[in-house]
Design a protein around this ligand. Structure first.
Ligand code: SF4
Length: 445
């Protein structure tokens, strides 16, 4: 058994940590009985070397520093996707940025950091064959597939080009699944290759069917590697599947594949969203979402499209994302006209709102010298000891939810002698933070 770290590849560290994530108690076992656990896991180096990753009081070492660096690189890649996913359409871009800030207010900045706010997800099926009890987006049963026929391939390519015309290079961070499993569709790889030909990026894959046909999975990993995909993901529903994947694929083969252990022995907690809501099977992470698109959800079988953005799952948005618009298309030209109309009508400033009120999932509370809008996790605050009466009244008028921005500014110019431009500036800052309800217009239709 080697004690030096120089020749230990990071994919072997990753594999041990996957067992740690999949089996509650494995971390403690590694700390207490490293040698015995190394034998059990088939590792030929000392698991004591992983101590700094499992016990923050342990002194650092080279192996763990390398591993942490690797995680940092992965996070930087995620941040890059978020940045490059910024669309060229100005109103849609401003809307996306606001929704990212609103998500901070709803679910907290720490959780939102891991959401890429991708520009699009294309479903190549209706429903999903896996049927997870906890499905955070409530996928139905698999009922149809979008096959790679000549007509479908033509529609697909035309639609991607139309979408790219609308949002520019951001489209490269789209992917081809949502309430579907990519590997349900035998033609999935063909559609991905088209996306790569148009955008220059082969999409990331997340599947719960990695073991259904290991030869196909292996081939997909190879294609992904050839096209520089940095990370695919396998979702694993039972400990048996985790062990099966470890048996079927070498650590090196999975060096760019993240395992998500969803089994009941796992240390990961599922989001309280979609089907997991109201089920009392396991402790959940409360008030959450698994949605990661601030853009279009397109179903190619049904030819439907929705403009969506993540939110805290609640009674209204059980699946953890808001639907801003929904529609149907027959051709790529229909799609382009429909979506362009949506993007062109998104509000750009607070004056575009028919009335000013707090975003529905957020609460407005009086603060010491003003007020705050947000959740228990994150708030935007307007406070000033020299203008507390004015700010309180501003908060009250917003809370009433009956006035346009210009009306609020005029009222406060009479009651508090504050120039309307000052009030408009404050309202604009709340709007740009995503603290104001942008759905008012839709609700009142
Ligand atoms: S979580 Fe994924 S794999 Fe499971 S049912 Fe939902 S879409 Fe299918």
């Amino acid at each position: 058994m080697t004690d030096t770290t120089i020749e230990i590849p990071l994919w072997e560290v990753k594999r041990v940590l996957e067992r740690h994530a999949a089996q509650e108690g494995m971390g403690l076992q590694i700390l207490e009985r490293p040698q015995e656990t190394a034998q059990e896991l088939g590792v030929n180096w000392s698991l004591d070397l992983l101590r700094p990753l499992l016990d923050t009081s342990a002194p650092a070492n080279e192996l763990c520093a390398r591993y942490r660096e690797h995680i940092k690189e992965q996070n930087a890649w995620r941040d890059r996707i978020r940045q490059e996913g910024s669309p060229s359409h100005p109103r849609y871009r401003a809307w996306r940025e606001r929704q990212i800030r609103r998500t901070n207010l709803e679910i907290g900045a720490a959780r939102n950091e891991s959401i890429i706010h991708a520009p699009a997800a294309y479903e190549l099926a209706v429903g999903c064959s896996v049927g997870c009890w906890f499905c955070g987006i409530s996928a139905g049963k698999l009922s149809r597939l979008f096959e790679y026929t000549a007509d479908n391939a033509a529609l697909w390519n035309d639609l991607l080009r139309a979408h790219e015309e609308l949002i520019g290079p951001a489209l490269r961070w789209a992917f081809c699944y949502w309430g579907t499993d990519p590997l349900d569709n035998p033609d999935y790889e063909k559609f991905c290759l088209d996306l790569w030909r148009i955008t220059g990026v082969f999409p990331q894959t997340t599947t719960a069917l990695a073991l259904k046909n290991p030869a196909r999975t292996r081939q997909l990993l190879d294609i992904s590697e050839q096209h520089d995909v940095l990370c695919n993901r396998f979702s694993l529903l039972t400990l048996r599947q985790v062990l099966g994947v470890h048996q079927e694929f070498t650590p090196e083969e999975l060096r760019r594949t993240e395992l998500i252990p969803q089994n009941k022995e796992s240390i990961l907690r599922k989001a309280e969203a979609g089907k997991a809501r109201d089920k009392d099977r396991e402790p959940l992470v409360s008030s959450s979402t698994i949605a990661c698109v601030t853009g279009l959800l397109v179903n190619m079988c049904e030819r439907t499209v929705r403009l969506v953005t993540p939110c805290k799952s609640d009674e209204r948005w059980r699946d953890g994302f808001q639907v801003r618009y929904r529609g149907q298309f027959d051709t790529a030209a229909d799609f382009l006209a429909l979506v362009r109309g949506w993007f062109d009508s998104l509000p750009l400033g607070v004056e575009d709102l028919p009335l000013v009120r707090p975003e529905r999932a957020l609460s407005l509370k009086e603060a010491e010298t003003g007020f705050a809008i947000g959740s228990e996790l994150h708030q935007v605050r307007l406070q000033d000891p020299n203008h507390s009466a004015y700010l309180r009244e501003l908060g009250e008028l917003i809370g009433e939810g009956r006035h346009q921005a210009s009306t609020i500014a005029t009222l406060l110019s009479y009651t508090r002698l504050v120039p309307p431009a000052k009030t408009m500036e404050l309202l604009e800052s709340l709007f740009s933070q995503g603290a104001l309800d942008e759905e008012a217009e839709l609700w009142d239709r």
